[in-house]
Design a protein around this ligand. Structure first.
Ligand SMILES: O=C(O)[C@H](O)COP(=O)(O)O
Length: 228
């Protein structure tokens, strides 16, 4: 039996400021650092120690992973970073305050942009303040200008199938440190959640979720490690 651990980064500076973040790179807050450390202590206490890690190219997920691995004594494991695990690109909403956006466009419209399956937010203007398009870390990739959950799934799943799933063999433990919506994309797939039902799924910061795997397939319910 192998184990998959999913962890959303700890609270970020823009989670705290209530701003749409997406592909914009922000750091953890002090609370986020503590959440990441607590996740690592939980892994240690439960004896679920990662052998291999995957994360995005974004500081908040990378630091969460590093802090958690430090707490459970596993800083030495191989870590693979890839943009396919980045947060969903929030398009033209990037950098805006979520509450102010609700006041301007209405609760319903903002809910559609945040949680509908296939309606992307309006695209970001190329070269605008929060456009990550010119960021050196994305050299050579076709940076999106907005993404729905559906579009996020279309780039997360091929990476999952090709690079992560083949590692879940024998009794290995693999951890993915990523983001609210890139993890919603994965959980939708792994737990067989419908396009309608996925709108209700929220992934909390810093709480490890665990799936058992056997013969390359999910072999049980997902569970929060702090509840078991
Ligand atoms: O990118 C963001 O703003 C957050 O990481 C996720 O935001 P959401 O809960 O509004 O999708």
């Amino acid at each position: 039996m192998s184990t998959l651990i999913l962890v959303r980064h700890g609270q970020s500076e823009w989670n705290l400021a209530n701003r749409f973040t997406g592909w914009w790179d922000v750091d953890l807050t002090e609370k986020g650092v503590e959440e990441a450390r607590a996740a690592g202590r939980l892994l240690k206490d439960k004896g679920i120690l990662p052998d291999l890690a995957f994360t995005s190219l974004q500081t908040r997920a990378i630091r969460t992973l590093n802090l958690a691995l430090e707490e459970c004594g596993r800083v030495w494991i191989p870590v693979r970073k890839d943009w396919h695990l980045n947060e969903r690109h929030y398009g033209g909403l990037t950098g805006l305050n979520k509450q102010e956006t609700r006041e301007k466009h209405g609760d319903e419209q903002v809910h559609v942009w945040r949680r509908s399956f296939d309606t992307p937010p309006p695209p970001i203007e190329p070269g605008s303040e929060y456009d990550p398009g010119a960021d050196a870390r994305y050299a050579g990739i076709d940076v999106p200008n907005t993404e729905s959950l559906k579009l996020t799934i279309e780039r997360v799943l091929p990476y999952w199938e090709e690079h992560i799933l083949p590692e879940l063999v024998g009794d290995r433990t693999v951890i993915i440190s990523a983001h609210g919506n890139s993890l919603r994309a994965l959980v939708k797939h792994l737990s067989g959640i419908s396009d309608d039902e996925i709108t209700d799924l929220e992934i909390p910061t810093g709480r490890p979720i665990v799936y058992p795997f056997e013969n390359g397939k999910v072999a049980g319910q997902r569970r929060y490690l702090d509840e078991t």
